[in-house]
Write a protein that binds this ligand. Structure first.
Ligand code: GRG
Length: 336
C-alpha cells in the first residue's frame, strides 16, 4: 500500500488523482449497463442472484437517466415481465429471483420496474397490497419478510410501494409516522430502529417516508440538514456517518435527503461533481465506490442519480424520494 493510501485511511478520506476524468462518460456507462444484462455467465451475475430484482431496477434506472431506456427496454422487456411475474410468491410479495423468498425490498424494486416499464397491470396488485399490509407491526414499524427483521428501510419500502400503487390508505399511517419519529436522533439523523446510530441511508429512508406521509413538518429540518451537510469530506465526496470514508452511493443517500428538505445548497456542488466524476471507469464505463476501484451497477445508478440531482451532464431529471426519473413517475410525482 502506498504512503498516500495509508494517509487517506488515517484521515478517512481519499485523494482524487490529478488525471481523474471530469467529463461525464454517458455512452460508456450505457455500454457498461448493456454488458451487465448480457453477460449471464459472469461470476458477478451468478453470485448476485440474491439481489437480482434490485439489480434490474438499478440497470433500468441508470438507462432511464442516460436517456436510453426505450431501446434497452424494447430488447429486455418480455424477459423482465416474465421474471417479475415468476418472482411473485403466493404471499403476494416479490422475491429477488424465482427460487428465493419474498422480501419487501425486492417487492419495491419490482414495483418500480413495473411503473417504469408500464406493466403494473400484469402483476397481482391485490397480492402485493395484502403482503405490505401484513408486514406492518402494531408499533407502526414494518418487517422486511416473514422473519420480521425491523428497519426503517422497510418502512420506506412499504410506503413507497403503496404510494406507487395508489394504496397508501391501506396501512396505519399514523403509527407508521410515530415509528419513523421514534428513530429520529438528537444529532438530527435517523437510524434503523429507536436508539440506533444515525446513518445517511436511514436518513434518506426516513425523510422519504415522511415525505410520502406528508409529515416532514414534524421534524427540525435545519438540524437534519446540518447533519447531512457535515457528511461532505475535504475530497468533495460524501460519507454515510462521521469518521467514515466517502463513497459515491452517498451522493444519492445524502443529496436526495437534502433535496427532499430543499437544502441542496448546503453542499459544495463543484467539489461534489469532481468526486463523482473521478469515480467513473474511463475504460469500461460505470462508477465505483471511490476513485480507482472496480465499477458496478449499484454505484453506477447512484453516481448518475447524484449528478442528475446536481443538474449536470444532460441526464434525465430524477425524483429525490423514489429514485426514479420524473418522466417515469408521471402522475405519481409527490412534488411537481
Ligand atoms: C429506491 C433508492 C431506493 C432505495 C430503497 C434499500 C433502501 C430503500 C435504502 C437503503 C438505504 C441505505 C441503508 C443505504 C446505505 C447502503 C450502504 C452502502 C451501507 C454501507 O454501510 P457500512 O456500514 O458503510 O458498510 P459505511 O459507509 O457507513 O462505512
Amino acid at each position: 500500500m502506498s504512503l498516500g493510501a495509508v494517509l487517506d485511511m488515517a484521515r478517512k478520506d481519499v485523494t482524487i488523482p490529478a488525471n481523474a476524468t471530469t467529463q461525464i462518460l454517458k455512452e460508456l456507462h450505457a455500454d457498461f449497463i448493456r454488458k451487465q444484462e448480457k453477460d449471464h455467465a459472469s461470476l458477478e451475475y451468478l453470485t448476485t442472484e440474491f439481489l437480482r430484482m434490485s439489480g434490474l431496477y438499478w440497470c433500468f434506472t441508470a438507462m432511464d437517466l442516460l436517456g436510453e431506456l426505450e431501446a434497452f427496454a424494447d430488447a429486455e422487456e418480455a424477459e423482465v415481465v416474465r421474471t417479475v411475474r415468476e418472482c411473485q410468491k403466493p404471499c403476494g410479495g416479490i422475491a429477488p429471483a424465482p427460487n428465493h423468498e419474498a422480501h419487501i425490498l425486492y417487492t419495491l424494486s419490482a414495483v418500480q420496474i413495473a411503473v417504469m416499464l408500464k406493466f403494473v397491470d400484469q402483476l397481482d396488485v391485490e397480492g402485493i397490497v395484502k403482503y405490505v399490509k401484513s408486514r406492518q407491526n402494531p408499533d407502526g414499524s414494518f418487517g422486511g419478510d416473514r422473519y420480521n427483521e425491523i428497519d426503517t428501510r422497510f418502512s420506506f419500502c412499504a410506503l413507497a410501494i403503496l404510494h406507487l400503487l395508489d394504496r397508501l390508505y391501506e396501512v396505519d399511517t399514523e403509527s407508521a409516522t410515530e415509528y419513523i419519529l421514534s428513530c429520529h436522533n438528537t444529532d438530527g439523523g435517523f437510524g434503523t430502529r429507536p436508539g440506533s446510530e444515525s446513518h445517511s441511508g436511514q436518513v434518506y429512508c426516513c425523510l422519504g417516508s415522511l415525505a410520502i406521509l406528508g409529515r416532514l413538518e414534524l421534524i427540525d429540518q435545519d438540524r437534519t440538514g446540518e447533519w447531512l451537510a457535515q457528511r461532505q469530506c475535504d475530497s468533495g465526496g460524501l460519507n454515510g456517518r462521521p469518521d467514515k470514508l466517502p463513497d459515491v452511493c452517498y451522493s444519492w443517500w445524502v443529496l436526495a435527503s437534502l433535496a427532499i428538505l430543499g437544502q441542496l445548497e448546503k453542499i459544495d456542488k463543484g467539489a461534489m461533481i469532481k468526486f463523482i466524476t473521478a469515480c467513473q471507469d474511463d475504460e469500461t464505463g460505470g462508477f465505483s465506490d471511490r476513485p480507482g476501484d472496480v465499477a458496478d451497477p449499484f454505484h453506477t445508478v447512484f453516481g448518475l442519480a447524484g449528478l442528475s440531482l446536481l443538474e449536470v451532464g444532460g441526464l434525465e431529471p430524477i425524483d429525490a424520494v423514489f429514485c426514479m426519473t420524473k418522466k417515469a413517475l408521471g402522475e405519481k410525482l409527490l412534488y411537481r
